[in-house]
Design a protein around this ligand. Sequence first.
Ligand code: GAL
Length: 832
Amino acid sequence: MRQYSIYVLWLWFGLFACTRQASQEELQYLEEISFNDGWKFTKGEQEKGMSPDFDDSKWRKLDLPHDWAIEGPFDIQYNARAGGLPFHGIGWYRKTFKVARQLEGKKAFIHFEGVMNRAQVWVNGQLIGGRPYGYSGFQLDMTPYLKFGEENTVAVKCAPEDLSSRWYPGAGIYRDVWLEYKDPVHVAFDGTFITTPKIENGNATVNIKTELVNTSSEAATLQLETVVLNKLGEQVKSITSEVKLNAGGQTEVEQDIVLEKAQLWDLENPYLYKAVTFVKKGNELLDKKQTTFGVREISFTADKGFLLNGKHVRLQGVCLHHDQGPLGTAVNRRAKERQLQIMKDMGTNAVRTSHNPPSKALLELCDEMGLLVIDEAFDCWKMAKVENGYNKFYDEWSERDLRDLIRRDRNHPSIIMWSIGNEILEQSQKDGWKETCRLARITKDEDTSRPVTAGFNYYPASVINKLAEEVDIPGFNYKPMKYKEILTQHPDWIIYGSETSSCTSSRGVYHFPIEPYKTHESNQVTSYDLIGPNWSYPPEHEFDMLAENPNVLGEFIWTGFDYLGEPTPYGGRDNSTNGYWNGDWPVHSSYFGAADMCGFPKDRYFLYQSQWSKKPMVHVLPHWNWEGKEGDIIPVHAFTNCEEVELIVNGKSYGKKVKGVDLTPIPMVNRFWDSEKPLMSKYRLNWEVPYEPGSIKVIGYTNGKVMVEKEIHTAGKPHHIALEADRSAIIADGKDLSYVTVKVVDKDGNLCYTASNDIQFEIEGAGQIAGVGNGNAASLTPLQGKHMEVFSGMALAILKAEKEAKGQFTLKATAEGLESASIEINLQDQAL
Ligand code: GAL
């Protein structure tokens, strides 16, 4: 260890020695530089928007990432299927920046992590490239168009079309942008590939492939040095290779490092290493690149399922769209971290990035938090699902988009499969297997260390037309009742539920009696979890089928969170509306989530938690505020991971029920079974209770011992506002967030479920409201405004600090007829 420390000290000294004469700007070339701040933006076509001398003084100033559509307004003229927000049209971004004269001779790249969509980029008036697919990252070479030592202008035009997405895609430069100045000899873009092919007796072989590029006109003899750092940043190993690179050449260098007593990456301890690559020519450091990786072994077998480091893991997955509720799609790391934590607390261990390449932030967080990922490329291939969808670009771009996705993401230990598509319509085609085969080959060409998958919803067409055969692991959407049949016919197949349940509900809403309906006049969906489209089924059906088929890898529920768009079971799917789903306006966001758009758990969240988590829990529904229904029978349901639950209403016991023995009928209509015969749920306990106001309490027992309890009370009159921040201190960087839960409560602090007060928010001090929400799919109140009505008694205010602010700021919440509330958020310079 000591030897390495000395060695790296030398290395750093070497770096210092060779660059100490250089200016700050010159030094920049070793790192990616954030290019997010100081942009100008306007909506609408600008004929000369790309020209350096265009007058953009009236455009709005902003920092990226930015999603123009989330700013609203909601309007029936926009498609509810895509969120009822103005995501289509044209948007222009411009930024002027100086490039130091000393950088002349370096290569200059601009790197966009994602622009929604049909992006075109100009530098000093010259079109340098673009990207149609809004979910692909791309790097462009600016070198020939830059003026060193002078001001330069970069202009970006995005042109998302109407009817181009089945969900809310967001709009604009919604992911990070970077500048990269490089020596002509450097590591290629996304050119590092690290795998851990052998782990034996605690020692791991780390295989590092590095692509080097020489864009200069001289051959170069180089040293490629890779240093592995452990979690604490200590050097544990290094290796140096001598490389000869021709002028204009490119080569791949392969290095193997053995890590003794390697720390494995797993779900409980997601241990991460870093590999730092140094490209040197003698004493001169030409490039430096840092790559995070994990040491882990994944395997999939038909009899044992999925093994992580030799240990069986059942996939308890969620499908996630990329929006962040009231914040829209402008990527925010803290927003994603909170989303993933909420999912983890439900017992989730896997995420499917439905149905597109995710943000880098999401993958980094999954690495750090110990979540498995299916990284998905496409929602459609050549056959269109929407009029202006990705099919328009497919022939020209699919190979490039797929390769770029894999090259970008292949070092993440969290990723266990590459998905080449979701419910692609080619399933219906006799030759659909050909395209499957082409994409699977491209995927393998980039990475053989992970299996290729796809989510199929046509059954048996996807099997008959041989698409399922062409992937390593076919995923089946909504087909639990076919698992047995598929595995009987194909005993060597490894399969899983790539999309399951699609049950719908609104947080805190209950309709009596419990009976199926298509839609409800309230524009909400009962939270007893029995309503959904005709391909859906209650979560319990999947649990049963997974229990019967233990070698099915597991499931990915549709969805972890509600998302903007796709307001099923409302809206319409028929073609008479020309692709618009506005029949039940103002409904405009989904009901599928286990948590709502604010991240507040619905009842279904606890149903999954009772199946997926071990920490003793118990949950009861509905709420207990049924004025006017005194004496009526109310069905009370409980979820638990304990053995038994006792229900106590106003001090009186309604008896204990045993999980798995006392069954609950769920009368869900589904085309796969007879609606006369309800599903008998082994996962819910139920009691019929005459309503009287007061309290209901559930107590969870295991081995006769009380493990956990939960009590809810009938609320009195709305009395005051209660605020609770998930974090009372945040970093003053303009990005970090505090999520404040807003509740209308009675004088004793009980949540008033039936309240709908409009809450006004005001900030005192250097803070800002980043977004507001309430989880109501039918609310048209702007998500970026300063007020929000509570829904089932609750709302959310998302706060951020102004950059470099000090001290604290205060959020004040007021509403007519209620005592107001305020909360202080302290500001920090950096994470503690
Ligand atoms: C699936 C589709 C998802 C979503 C879901 C709703 O068919 O793959 O994207 O639309 O249905 O149930």
